[in-house]
Design a protein around this ligand. Structure first.
Ligand SMILES: *Cc1c(COP(=O)(O)O)cnc(C)c1O
Length: 758
């Protein structure tokens, strides 16, 4: 193993075939990819006892080179060696395209979990699909989002093709699912694998304008895109095709591995644990039962085995996200599963007279989450508040049937990517203060509390934040040609665009600020409001919100009176690479979802760990962050989840009343269609958003508006007038972030649900 710089230099020079000075970054990258693969291979280890299979439609893994070099202990020698020859890691990283295998938090969570499993030396592989064009690449033109295919697969890829294929029957026709594997290296741990399935026959030439394509040509289109447009029947059917390809090939792989390791299948639960990440992989339940029956096991026993093997994670209480499919769709695409699902529905119905928990309802809709809860042994929520809401309202009837199945697993993030990789300066400071134990035992960050009143340390911490803000500013200049002022306060809201996340609340605040500045009430310090968010291509209002923010950005930019104090920036194509640049540079982290709607959030944890203070509602894991840091070290505002849930139950929220009675709200909403906005933006989009806010506002933006303005102004004033105290509070946040390590989350899953290696 090439630990030292000189050893690394020798190997690299040999592989690249020339002096490193004259080598292209591509050839260095290819050589390092091979070195990392070989090193990872050495760290694979035989599996004893239970092995985990984490099935997920998404794995938002981010670029792998630096991450893998860090985990393999090679990063420093590579970096030093390259620097000796006039090359930089930053430029090297640009060679690698970011894999486009995920969408948002759920996919990023799956990636963090794979990292923690390998780091904790637990046997656990991922199972998913190899999307050729991922979600989409987001482009801004005329302040509007448009989508193009994200062709991320290059010539040198971390996903290795294997010889293995599995037959999968779709609408009566047999396809061969080919297995690709990406090595998952743990930090000083073992190597696991991310198994991705694909067809050899995929053909990107079926893609037409933007990301449109012929949705019926399964052989050519099946794994082109993640979450293809489901606004028509063909699109919805395609999702079922995709899901079944993933679970059928996955189930065959699992049974094959377990049989190879000695399982007689009756004892499958001693060999395998399957975690179903949200409802997309739910068909793995009937598919496994079907396969076990084919192998001679009686139906009732097969259903019991699968229940013992499988566990389900719920990620949302938004009704539209709890998948249900018309029976006719499944009859068309997966007729072989229908007899199994019908029997499962019968068994479930025999357990209760409560029609609301049926798998197949009266309208012949099939409820995936219901099947998951009946036929797995564990249902977990992803933050304490979320799990309580599941138990007490959303899934209350199930909770009454199976109280023992319900449990909470508060999400986490891997500190290797979200601290070591993205914030090396902060990592070094922490290491100098408390040693390196925190890299594997995040709870050790608590030791930083000792330095909360140490001015020398606080000054270093503030200097690191400033450096990171400058580095972000350089990156922004380089990638989007936007100039920002690192001496302003950076407020950042980066996450998928959704009305429940309430980017529109931030937008209304910024309009309010615009008026205040115009009236001479300037903020205590210049403000840079930064957004990053993709909107689903068919989600009209979400796209209108993006348009309004981009248009406001332009209006302000053209107004020197305001632009001295306020700048609005929208990062194009927000992804993991962008997040790694933005998060270390953030001062104020915007986590402003409508209370009760954000299941957990993980962005909130990344910002906290990197020394931002949170401005947030009592929602998701914000509640646990507030608990950990104490109320003086976080800015909380807004309605409680109980108030929100009550408002929904009574159905008595009326946005128009707020609009009519509150002058500030009215002024901000009216501005959306002002002359200033219309001179830069599209009337149709701006008016539609305005009407939505006045006439509906389903996610109750207006009742939280004034509280939000007050808390945000407080935060900005604190930042401006008490910088040392601000930094002291960021140190407290960092020191309390240990609980939000995905190592802790995975240890809990293993202790309560999986029992791996036993
Ligand atoms: C962490 C992360 C998310 C999830 O952010 P939330 O604020 O929890 O919704 C989404 N996208 C990317 C690229 C991320 O890194």
């Amino acid at each position: 193993m090439m630990k030292t710089k000189n050893e690394m230099e020798k190997v690299l020079t040999e592989m690249c075939g020339s002096n490193l000075e004259t080598c292209s970054y591509e050839s260095i990258y290819t050589a390092l990819l091979k070195i990392a693969e070989k090193e990872s291979e050495r760290k694979t280890a035989p599996v004893k006892g239970r092995k985990l299979y984490y099935i997920s439609a998404e794995f938002l893994i981010g670029k792998l080179l630096s991450n893998n070099l860090i985990n393999l202990g090679l990063y420093d020698s590579v970096k030093d060696c390259l620097e000796d020859h006039g090359k930089s890691m930053a430029e090297l990283e640009e060679v690698e395209p970011e894999p486009s295998l995920g969408n948002g938090g759920l996919g990023r969570l799956a990636a963090c979990f794979l990292d923690s499993l390998a780091t904790l030396n637990l046997p656990g592989d991922g199972i998913g699909l190899r999307y050729h064009c991922g979600l989409f690449h987001q482009n801004f033109k005329n302040q509007l989002q448009s989508e193009t295919p994200d062709f991320w697969m290059g010539d040198h890829d971390w996903a290795q093709m294997t010889e293995k294929t599995y037959p999968v029957s779709l609408a009566g026709k047999e396809y061969q699912a080919r297995l690709y594997q990406i090595a998952v290296t743990g930090y000083e741990g073992r190597t696991n694998h991310l198994n991705l399935f694909d067809l050899d026959t995929i053909d990107p030439s079926v893609i037409g304008e933007g990301i449109s394509f012929d949705k019926t040509d399964i052989e050519k289109n099946l794994t082109l895109f993640l979450y293809p447009d489901d606004s028509d029947d063909a699109g919805r059917l395609l999702r079922i095709y995709q899901q079944y390809l993933m679970v059928s090939a996955g189930a065959q792989l699992i049974l094959e591995e377990c049989e190879e390791r000695g399982s007689n299948l009756h004892d499958l639960a001693d060999y395998a644990a399957i975690q179903i990440n949200d409802t997309h992989p739910s068909m793995v339940i009937p598919e496994l039962i079907r396969l076990l029956c084919e192998k001679g096991i009686e139906f009732e026993e097969a259903a019991e085995i699968v229940t013992k093997v499988c566990a389900y994670t719920n990620h949302t209480i938004l009704a539209e996200a709890l998948e249900k499919w018309p029976r006719s769709y499944l009859e068309q695409v997966v007729p072989q599963l229908m007899p199994v699902i019908e029997k499962l529905d019968e068994i479930a119905r025999a357990r209760t007279s409560d029609e609301s928990t049926a798998i197949i309802d009266r309208n012949q809709m099939i409820h995936m989450a219901h099947m998951d809860i009946h036929f797995t042994h564990s249902t977990n929520g992803v933050a304490a508040l979320h799990t309580e809401i599941l138990k007490n309202s959303e899934l209350h009837n199930f909770y009454q049937m199976y109280p023992e199945k319900f449990n909470n697993k508060t999400n986490g993030i891997t500190f290797r990517r979200w601290l070591l990789k993205c914030n090396p300066e902060l990592t070094e400071l922490i290491e100098n203060l408390i040693g390196s134990g925190f890299k594997k035992d995040a709870a050790e960050l608590e030791k930083l509390m000792e330095f909360a009143d140490d001015e020398t340390v606080l000054k270093k911490l503030a200097a690191i934040k400033h450096d990171n803000k400058k580095a972000f500013a350089d990156w922004l200049k380089h990638t989007q040609n936007i100039t920002v002022n690192p001496d302003s306060i950076f407020t950042i809201q980066s996450k998928r665009l959704h009305e429940y996340k309430r980017q529109q609340l931030n937008l209304l605040y910024l309009i309010h600020q615009y008026f205040e500045i115009k009236a001479g009430n300037t903020p205590e310090v210049p403000v840079t409001a930064i957004f990053g968010a993709k909107a689903a291509p068919a989600y009209t209002i979400a796209k209108d919100i993006i348009h309004a923010i981009l248009t406001l950005s332009k209006v302000i930019e053209n107004d020197p009176e305001v632009s001295r104090w306020l700048q609005v920036v929208f990062i194009e194509n927000y992804n993991v690479t962008a997040a790694e640049k933005m998060i270390p540079a953030c001062d104020l982290s915007e986590q402003i979802s409508l209370a009760s709607k954000e299941a957990s959030g993980t962005g909130n944890m990344k910002f906290m760990l990197n020394g931002a203070l949170t401005l947030g509602t009592m929602d998701g894991a914000n509640v646990e962050i507030a608990d950990a840091v104490g109320e003086g070290n976080i800015y909380i505002f807004g309605q409680s989840s109980a108030q929100v849930i009550r408002r929904y139950q009574h159905g008595d929220y009326c946005a128009r009343e707020w609009y009519e009675t509150d002058a500030n709200i009215r002024r901000a909403i009216q501005f959306l269609t002002s002359e200033e906005m219309l001179s830069c933006g599209q009337e149709e989009n701006l008016r539609r958003l305005q009407n939505e806010l006045i006439g509906k506002d389903w996610f109750q933006t207006l009742p939280d508006f004034n509280a939000y303005v007050v808390r945000k102004e407080q935060a900005i004033a604190d930042y401006a007038h008490h910088p040392m105290d601000w930094t002291r509070r960021t140190l407290i946040n960092i020191s309390q972030a240990g609980f939000f390590s995905s190592d802790r989350t995975i240890a809990e899953y293993n202790e309560d649900i999986w029992h791996l290696g036993k």
